[in-house]
Design a protein around this ligand. Structure first.
Ligand code: 13P
Ligand code: ZN
Length: 272
């Protein structure tokens, strides 16, 4: 019997390198205090059949809610309590590959070390399950704590998807283009709970980026770099907004006409 070493899989390792790259950005951006934030990526398509069948490193862990769209799928998931600055340096010492059981009711850690997944796994898995059921090719869920975007959720008028989306879009044309579905908002819930997970997937029907009130941001996407870019662009808009307010004026923002003028040239969806 030959021993499988996942590090010999160059396609998988290229994807892991991209996750590590983004983990480094989260830290340098100041969005990842201590263990703040987490990442999960469906890596099933990069694995051989034998790699997908790797033995479990510890007893199976039951899931509070079954994820029937994810049976047999394998995810790289950052570990609970692990720091993004260390994920960047050593993703397999700060995260692991988990395989969802054939009945979708539990998971096994299969590589490389038995690192327990993020406490936000309920949200991540329900999100992956939801996007697969909707036929979307969103392999990535990225959660992070951007100071400026969280700051906006401490202001009641912004706890409204339309108001927040309109404000952020109107700061810079790229925001309308890069986050075309706008942003959803989930009222405050205890981190790591199923209640938070359920409230989040409701927002995914309309948006790829969701704000958690007074906590953080989540983005789903096909690619980990693109998820980061969407949050980074929103953060740029928030900075323009706050800088204007700190300079003593309410930013004018792009007009509805200017925003609508982007729809046709960039082939954007009409929002709302
Ligand atoms: P974990 O360390 O469990 O991933 O938690 C970090 C976090 O941001 C919780 O929302
Ligand atoms: Zn968090």
């Amino acid at each position: 019997m030959t021993t499988i070493t996942i590090r010999n899989n160059t396609r998988l390792m290229a994807e892991i390198d991209r996750i590590a790259e983004v983990a480094g950005y989260l830290w340098t951006k100041g969005w990842a205090e201590r263990n703040g934030g987490n990442i999960s990526v469906n890596v099933s398509s990069f694995l051989t059949d034998d790699e997908r069948e790797l033995p479990s490193l510890c007893p199976s862990v039951p899931l509070a809610e079954e994820v029937t769209e994810l049976c047999g799928h394998v995810f790289y998931v950052t570990g609970t309590g692990k720091r993004m600055r260390y994920v960047a340096k050593d993703p397999f010492a700060n995260g692991s590959l988990i395989r969802i059981a054939a009945d979708g009711k539990s998971y096994d850690i299969i590589a490389e070390q038995a690192i327990a997944p993020t406490s936000e796994l309920p949200s991540h898995l329900l999100m992956h399950n939801f996007v697969r059921r909707s036929g979307r090719d969103n392999r990535v869920v990225l959660h992070t704590h951007p100071t400026d975007l969280i700051g906006m959720t401490h202001c009641k008028p912004f706890l409204n998807s339309e108001v927040l989306t309109r404000t952020l879009w109107s700061m810079i044309p790229e925001c309308r283009i890069i986050v075309p579905k706008g942003v959803g908002i989930v009222p405050y819930e205890i981190p790591g709970t199923l209640a938070l997970a359920h409230a989040t997937i409701e927002q995914l029907a309309h948006h790829d980026v969701v704000f958690w009130e007074k906590h953080g941001i989540l983005a789903v996407g096909e690619d980990v770099i693109e998820c980061f870019d969407a949050i980074d662009t929103l953060s740029k808009s928030a900075q323009i907004y706050f800088n204007a307010r700190m300079a003593g004026f309410e930013p004018e923002g792009m007009t509805d006409e200017q925003l609508d003028g982007l729809v046709e040239p960039f082939g954007l969806e009409i929002y709302g």
